[in-house]
Design a protein around this ligand. Sequence first.
Ligand code: EPZ
Length: 417
Amino acid sequence: MQQITIFGGNRLQGSLEIETAKNAILPMIAGCLLTSAPVVLCKVPCITDVQNMFEILRRMGCVVQPDGDKVCIDTSNICQHEIPRELAQAIRSSIFMLGPLLARQKKATVVFPGGCDIGARPIDLHLSGLRDLQVEICEQHGYIYCNGERMKAGVVHLDYPSVGATENIMMAAVLLKGRTTIIHCAKEPEIVDLAKFINSMGGKIKGAGTDTITIDGVSKLHGTTYTPMPDRIVCGTYAIASAVTQGDVTLTNARPQDISALLTKLRYSGCQVKCKRDTISVQAPKRLRSVLNVETQPYPGFPTDLQAPFLAMQTISNGISVITENVFETRFKHVSELVRMGAKITVKNRTAIVQGVPSLYGAEVMAQDLRGGAALVLAGLTAHGTTTIKNAQYIDRGYERMEQKLALLGANISRQS
Ligand code: EPZ
């Protein structure tokens, strides 16, 4: 079990480059199945979700060759259409492989990915969208068997703008003759980046970033060399790290427009936020003002992935904050751990009411999911005394060397295996 220890109270200062986006890279790794030509992904961060996705490709007969922070992926010798069970259950993003496997091989089998710590995570929208493209799907004994022999372009109207379902259906349609239209689709920046990635391989996707995407099928895709977008959630997390430590931090390789909902709240909290094309500087006040109301929403609303880090920030802000989690049904596992550090929070259904306190105190706490773990690190940075965060391996799923990067900004933080 991995553990992070923080002696809180240090002010963060300096500059930090933001790594590329986990939630853009994961569907791109699946998208490599759309071509038998080599694909090179650049600036790939060292995080476990990405390593697990690479391992799935390797187990299916593909070659995944790291070269520094570049990774060359060659799926020409793929030898199966079934996603290995234990890996599919270890990483939910394996569900993104359904679409590309159907496009490439007209067949795909995957185990039901099951729920996780933040919710049931159903995949009904993925499956109904593929059925709209005439994919025959049989759900039996915990497996999903897909037959795409009679797949054809069509219109998919999503009941909810699901990020994963949008990406899966988009990739399923790339090699389908004719025009596929996805209506009421997700508009996240990661969707735009995935479309850019596929178009760089010769795909014809239009409308990404709006609520309607069209895909004109092509006969085949060629290879590409691609650098994914910066990770907006990692960027937002480090912006909040500056805010909670009275810090003065500049984030480079950052895209302000991707997290404008958060930056607006940081300004309201009393932070000075200065943005240029690809940098964000956050200078924090001595005491943050509470943000009265935050509701997570699909993009461009406040991102659900920053709910936990932002809630940690509200625990030491001056006033009352009401935070509503509209996207996932059980995404408050971090609250009980923050209360152990002296936070005053009550949760009712999907709403957390936070009464800000002047300071938290260090404690031994347990990470229970990726973003909740990051929230505990942020709380530890500001708490008086020592905080020990158990199960820190959750954080490694989506943050590259988090403790090393925070130490470079002045945090008193270390990791023990
Ligand atoms: C993606 O998950 C992200 N993961 C999540 O980031 C992110 O929180 C989420 O989008 C929302 O932005 C990746 O991109 C790898 P959804 P995804 O489908 O695609 C319900 C992180 O911390 N739903 O938009 O699974 C679902 O239960 C992770 O980096 C259905 O009901 O999100 C949820 O309530 C966590 N049926 C809501 O939609 C479906 O078929 C949003 O899910 C699919 C989803």
